[in-house]
Ligand binder design. Sequence first.
Ligand code: GDG
Length: 465
Amino acid sequence: MSRLVVVSNRVGPVKDAARAGGLAVALVEALKSRGGLWYGWSGKIEARGGDTAKVEDVGQLTLATVDLSPEEHEEYYNGFANRCLWPLFHYRTDLTAFDRRYYEGYRRVNAKFARVLLPLLRPDDTIWVHDYHLLAFGDELRQMGASQRMGFFLHIPFPAREVLTTEPHHDTMVRGLFAYDVLGFQTEQDCERFRDYVVREAGGRADGDKVYCFGRSVRLRAFPIGIDAEGFSRIAATDKDARRQFEKAKAGLGDRMQILGVDRLDYTKGIPERIRAYERLLEDYPDARRAVSFLQIAATSRGDVQEYQAMREELDGLAGHVNGTYGEFDWTPLRYLNRPVARRALAGLYRASKIGLVTPLRDGMNLVAKEYVAAQDSEDPGVLVLSRFAGAAQQMPEALIVNPYDIKGVADALQIARYMRLDERRERHKALMARLVREDVAHWRDDFLDMLAAVPRHADVAVAS
Ligand code: GDG
């Protein structure tokens, strides 16, 4: 079997991958079972950047990392990745910074990542590149002569053609993706939007799972990312820390029903809209007052990007408003935590919450929705209220699917969830859980790598158009 080389913006943590969430767990597993190399940014910003990789072995795994200079970090990571691609791919053209300097920095860092990896590669390696930070990486590596099999997986949505074309470099970016042999997206809709761009904007053609353009072809497919559903379920039910958090939460709640939101603090997650929907529940359904308690966990991420700082202030204001309007001496309607909770404790919190409220305005997949379901007690499960704009909604039709912009609609769904009968909750949970177990993270990884193994090596492909 050929060696697997995973390339992602950040590498690790390997020993405690669970703390870093689903993706790190998935990648560690993929690499552990086959051995291999995991390569990316070290997370360090050093005055002179770096032009060679630091390589270390951790068990069967080799980690290779490279540092960024302050300028590289600002242009590539804060700039093009997080102030341009992230909002653009989530349909927030109003927040998208179209700055040529950022784009050039992004290309430079993608080229540097490729240059530093090149001497570490073996001819029969299989290379799996992850996410929007590295759209141009494959193209750079091919230009340096690499002919290994190389696949790319996009964790965030692929946007509609009309949105993507607002970015001045859209053609070079999409052309660059044709350097890969397989393109993986989260949902069928993402594949469809990619095909639409290629056919209607770039003048290519699509034939089944193959698209032809720029004198090359690439295969594309939806590989919805999963979680380790059985493992997470076991943690929620039996782990010591999870149990402790569960008991603590239950004791604090008494007879009240907990509604839970868990997100990285991000404007795509629809947190202000969600708080407004909760307020609407209290306004329209007086029986909910004192009977529910909403806990929102939203740890800061990307704190040095300006939009994220503004959001924090907005949320503080909204939470204060709800508590000021509806709170009583012995009831705080909304608790908002701006710091991370340990993963095992989080499993306990999910299990102690009768409603999981997951309402992103746009999301590639959303693992929180899956973790919430996996953490439930199947005898007495809670109800998931899920945005139709999360990729996860495609696989989870038994959730209460809502439009997060429809504040009243979300409030009504919360009220339905509050009163849902046990037999219906069990039925929905059973169907959701069965799919989560079937389409788990191992399935995602194997599916992608099987497809990549089946394509002819890049070097052997005749130019087709
Ligand atoms: C991107 C795409 C796609 C959150 N708060 C805490 C915490 N988390 C963990 C969750 C979950 C992960 O972070 C968040 O994953 P999501 O999928 O919900 O969202 P993104 O971070 O935006 O991820 C997304 C994903 O990539 C994978 O492809 O699903 O669409 O945007 O695992 O549990 N974990 C801990 N404490 C917290 O406070 N321990």
